[in-house]
Design a binder for this molecule. Structure first.
Ligand code: DGJ
Length: 750
C-alpha cells in the first residue's frame, strides 16, 4: 500500500515536470522527485530525495559498504568508490574496521551484526556479499548471499520523494536444504559520518510517564534501546535522533533520526565502535529470538525509517510528522482531522450502563463533542478488571436492549459512536478461558503470571486470530460503530507456544505482531469507515508499525495537564500531533492530586486531538460554558494544530517553568500558540514569545483564545514583527495558560 502511494507520488512528479518546464512550480516538483542511480564503473548506489542524499557501494571484497548519508549532493558529484579499510593491528581486522550496510556475523566481525544465525551442522559463520540489484519506482532492492551457503538477503531501500526519509528492510531467505536458526535479524544498520562529537536523543518512560526526552553524549561503546516485552512498551520508544555537536538546537544543526516500524519486541543499538564510527542497528530484538527459518522459507524484517536535516531537532520532527501524515497513517496522504471526543473511562470506569452513558452523551453533545466513546465495562461479566475479557457479548444487565438504543441516542445528538475493546486479552474468569485455556501464551505445566488479572491470547495461533477477527467483524457489522479504542493492558510473561514444535515456538515474537497487523488490515478493509486508536495502558504501543493501521494513539493514562506537557513534548519528537489524543479530565487529577483550572486543562489538551474525559455530571454551568467556548475555538484551529508545522518554542524539559508550542498551517495563513506557566517566582517575567515559520512579508491579526497580552501589541502586524518583536503574554501565578492565533489578513496566503 505504502509502495503504491510512493509510486503514485513519483508518477505525479514525473508527469508534472513536463508541464512546468521553467516555472517556480518546476523547482518545487523537482525538489519532490526522488532519484535512484547505480554507477556501474564506481559501483556506487545513490538515492536522492528532498534535502537528502544516501550512498553506498560494493567494495573490493564484494561487501556493501556505506559511503554517505546527509545533505543532498549535486547530481554531478561523483562519490569515490567503496574500498575496504585496513586491519587496525591484528586485533581489529579489516572485516570489522570496514563499515557494512548489513553485516552477517562471520569472519572477524566484532561490531554489531545485522544478521546472526546457526546452521544445523554447528557452523555459525555468515559472510554476505553482493549478488545483484534492481530498481522499481522509488525502491531499490539489492541481493546478497553468503559466500558459500544459500542464505540470501534482499535489502530494500525505499525513499520518500517529499521528505527524503528512507525506509530500509531486509528479507532473509533460506535456500539450503535444512532449517537454520536466526539469532539476530535487524532491518538495517545506519552509519553516520565520521565525527567524535555526537549527541543522542531518545525517549524513555513508564506507565503514566511516557515519552520523556533523554539526551546524552555518544561515547565509545553501545547504548541499547529496547523492548523485551512482546510489544513496543512504555519503557523505551523505537525512535532515536543524533545531532552533531552538543545538540538540542531546535532550528539548526545536522540531525540524523530514525524510527522502527514494529510493535513487537525490538532493539535499536547505537554504537560508537573502536574507530569512533557511530552506527545504529535496529530490528527484531535478538533477546530470546531464535527464529527457526525452515528450508525454503523467508523472514521479512520490519522497516527502519531514517531521515536527515541540517535544520535542527525541530525540523527533524516536522519531517517525521509530514512523513507520517502523508505516508504512514491509514488515511495518508490526507488524514481526516481527529474529531473532538468524549470518553467515559475516568467518569464511570467499568460502571457503564445505558442511562448513565446517555446522560453523559447529552452533556457531551451540548458542548460540541463530535464522537462519544464508551470505554471498558460494557461486555461479558465485566464489573471489575477480574472478569469478562474474552467474552465479547453485550452485558444484558447493563444494556438490556443491546447497544442500539445508546448508539441511536448518540447519533440523534449529532455525534458518532466509538467503543473500547481489548481483543488480545482474556481474564481467567471468562467463558473463553474456561473453554480454551490453551489459547494463552504459556509454557506447558508452568505457572501463568497474571497482570491486571489477565493473560495474553496467543495471536500467532490461527484459531485465535480467527476468533479475534471474527468477533470484531461481527461487532462492527451488527452495530453502527465509527471508532474502536483498541487497548492492550499488559506485557508478556512465559512466552511459550506449546501447540507448535519446540523449534517453531519462538516464532511467536514475529507471528503475533504479523497477525495483529493482519487483523487490523482485514478489519479496515471490511469496514473502511471505522477509525481505530492504539492504546496500551496509555502509550505502550506507539510506533510507526501500529500507526500504519491505526488513526490515532493514546499517549498516556496520565491526564494531569502539567505532566502531559512533558509527555506530549517528548511524543512530538517522533510522532505527529495529528495522531495524539489528549483528554481534559477532572481536577484534582487522579494521578497526582494536582488542582488546575479548566482553562489550563483545555489548553494543554488542545495541543493534539482534543477529548473530554471528565465526569460531566459534576460540572457547573460555568464549566460547560468554558468548555463550549474553547471547543469552538479548537475547531477553528485543529487543522493547523494536527496537520501543520510544529515549533517547540520553549520546551518543558529539564524542569522549565514555561512551555510554549506554535503550529503553523501549511499555507502559513494561520499560527496557533499555546503558552504555559508552571509557577512564577522571584518576579521573573514570562519570556517574550517570538514566533517561527510565518510569512515575514504578510500581515497577521492577533486574536486571543485565552489570556491577554502583558504589554501593548498592535492588532495586526507583519510576520516579521511577530517573529522578531514577538508577543508578551500575561502569565503569572501557578499553572497558568494562554493561547492565541495569528491569522493572515494580507499576503500570499490571501
Ligand atoms: C487503559 C486505558 O489506557 C484507559 O484509558 C482505559 O481505557 C482503561 N485501560 C480501561 O480498562
Amino acid at each position: 500500500m505504502r509502495t503504491q502511494k510512493l509510486r503514485a507520488l513519483a508518477a505525479v512528479a514525473v508527469f508534472a515536470v513536463s508541464l512546468f518546464a521553467t516555472s517556480a512550480a518546476y523547482a518545487a516538483v523537482e525538489a519532490a522527485k526522488a532519484s535512484i542511480t547505480f554507477d556501474a564503473q564506481s559501483k556506487v548506489f545513490r538515492l536522492d530525495a528532498a534535502g537528502v542524499s544516501y550512498a553506498f557501494g560494493i567494495n573490493d571484497r564484494n561487501e556493501l559498504q556505506p559511503l554517505y548519508w546527509g545533505a543532498r549532493l549535486a547530481a554531478s558529484d561523483a562519490l569515490p568508490p567503496a574500498h575496504t579499510f585496513p586491519d587496525h593491528a591484528s586485533f581489529d581486522l579489516t572485516q570489522t574496521t570496514t563499515p557494512q550496510e548489513f553485516a552477517g556475523w562471520g569472519a572477524g566481525l566484532y561490531v554489531e551484526p545485522a544478521l546472526k544465525l546457526t546452521f544445523p551442522d554447528g557452523n555459525r559463520d555468515l559472510v554476505l556479499h553482493y549478488v545483484s540489484h534492481q530498481t522499481t519506482g522509488n525502491a531499490l532492492i539489492v541481493s546478497m548471499k553468503d559466500v558459500q551457503r544459500d542464505i540470501l538477503v534482499a535489502l530494500k531501500y525505499e525513499i520518500d520523494p517529499a521528505t527524503g526519509i528512507l525506509g530500509r528492510s531486509a528479507v532473509i531467505e533460506n535456500r539450503t536444504k535444512d532449517a537454520v536458526v536466526l539469532e539476530q535479524a535487524a532491518a538495517a544498520t545506519w552509519t553516520l559520518p565520521s565525527d567524535k562529537n555526537y549527541t543522542l536523543f531518545y525517549l524513555t518512560g513508564r506507565w503514566a510517564g511516557e515519552t520523556q526526552l533523554q539526551r546524552e553524549a555518544i561515547h565509545e561503546g553501545a547504548r541499547v534501546l529496547e523492548s523485551r516485552r512482546g510489544s513496543t512498551g512504555h519503557q523505551n520508544n523505537p525512535w532515536f535522533a543524533i545531532e552533531r555537536g552538543v545538540g538540542g538546537d531546535e532550528d539548526s544543526g545536522d540531525v540524523w533520526f530514525g524510527a522502527l516500524a514494529w510493535s513487537g519486541s525490538w532493539r535499536i543499538t547505537v554504537e560508537e565502535d573502536q574507530l569512533e564510527r557511530v552506527k545504529v542497528t535496529g530490528g527484531f530484538n535478538p533477546f530470546d529470538f531464535g527464529y527457526t527459518l525452515a528450508a525454503g522459507a523467508q523472514l521479512a524484517t520490519p522497516v527502519f525509517y531514517g531521515g536527515y536535516t541540517h535544520e535542527g531537532m525541530g525540523e527533524a520532527s516536522r519531517i517525521l510528522h509530514r512523513f507520517e501524515l502523508t505516508t504512514i497513517l491509514p488515511q495518508a496522504p490526507a488524514p481526516k482531522p481527529r474529531p473532538v471526543i468524549y470518553n467515559s473511562w475516568e467518569a464511570t470506569e467499568m460502571n457503564v450502563d445505558e442511562p448513565g452513558q446517555v446522560a453523559l452523551a447529552e452533556k457531551a453533545a451540548s458542548i460540541g463533542v463530535e464522537r462519544f466513546v464508551m470505554d471498558d465495562g460494557w461486555f461479558g461479566q465485566r464489573k471489575t478488571d477480574h472478569a469478562g475479557l474474552g467474552d465479547w457479548y453485550v452485558n444484558p444487565d447493563k444494556f438490556p436492549h443491546g447497544l442500539k438504543p445508546l448508539i441511536d441516542k448518540v447519533h440523534g445528538l449529532g455525534m458518532d459512536f466509538g467503543l473500547w475493546v481489548e481483543p488480545e486479552m482474556v481474564n481467567p474468569d471468562s467463558d473463553l478461558y474456561r473453554k480454551h485455556p490453551d489459547w494463552v501464551i504459556h509454557f506447558t505445566g508452568r505457572p501463568r503470571t497474571e497482570g491486571r488479572t489477565q493473560m495474553v491470547l496467543n495471536l500467532a495461533r490461527p484459531d485465535v486470530r480467527e476468533y479475534v477477527l471474527g468477533f470484531l467483524d461481527k461487532l462492527l457489522s451488527e452495530n453502527q460503530i465509527a471508532f474502536l479504542k483498541w487497548d492492550y493492558n499488559r506485557n508478556w510473561s512465559e512466552p511459550g507456544w506449546p501447540a507448535v514444535g519446540n523449534a517453531e515456538q519462538k516464532q511467536l515474537y514475529v507471528k503475533y505482531t504479523q497477525n495483529l497487523y493482519g487483523i487490523l488490515a482485514e478489519l479496515r478493509a471490511k469496514h473502511p469507515g471505522v477509525e481505530i486508536e492504539s492504546c496500551s495502558g496509555g502509550g505502550g504501543r506507539v510506533d510507526l508499525g501500529i500507526l500504519h493501521y491505526t488513526d490515532e494513539v493514546w499517549p498516556s493514562d496520565n491526564t494531569d495537564p502539567f505532566d502531559r506537557l512533558s509527555i506530549q513534548n517528548g511524543y512530538t519528537y517522533a510522532y505527529t500531533p495529528g495522531a495524539m489524543m489528549a483528554w481534559v479530565t477532572d481536577s484534582p487529577n487522579w494521578a497526582n492530586r494536582r488542582t488546575t483550572s479548566l482553562e489550563y486543562r483545555m489548553l494543554s489538551s488542545m495541543q493534539g486531538g482534543l477529548g473530554i474525559g471528565a465526569n460531566l455530571n459534576k460540572w457547573q454551568a460555568e464549566d460547560f460554558a468554558t468548555a463550549k467556548r474553547l471547543i469552538a475555538a479548537y475547531k477553528s484551529v485543529r487543522e493547523t494544530v494536527q496537520h501543520g508545522s510544529l515549533y517547540r518554542l520553549i520546551s518543558p524539559v529539564g524542569g522549565s517553568e514555561q512551555s510554549v508550542t506554535e503550529s503553523v498551517s501549511p499555507d502559513k495563513s494561520q499560527a496557533v500558540v499555546f503558552a504555559f506557566l508552571h509557577s512564577s517566582s522571584l518576579l521573573y517575567p514570562y519570556p517574550t514569545i517570538r514566533l517561527r515559520g510565518l510569512d515575514a512579508a504578510a500581515e497577521y491579526r492577533l486574536d486571543w483564545i485565552e489570556g491577554k497580552a502583558a504589554q501593548p501589541v498592535p492588532a495586526s502586524a507583519s510576520g516579521a514583527f511577530w517573529m522578531s518583536h514577538g508577543v508578551d503574554a500575561l502569565l503569572f501565578g501557578d499553572f497558568q495558560a494562554a493561547g492565541f492565533t495569528l491569522t493572515q489578513v494580507s499576503g500570499k496566503g490571501k
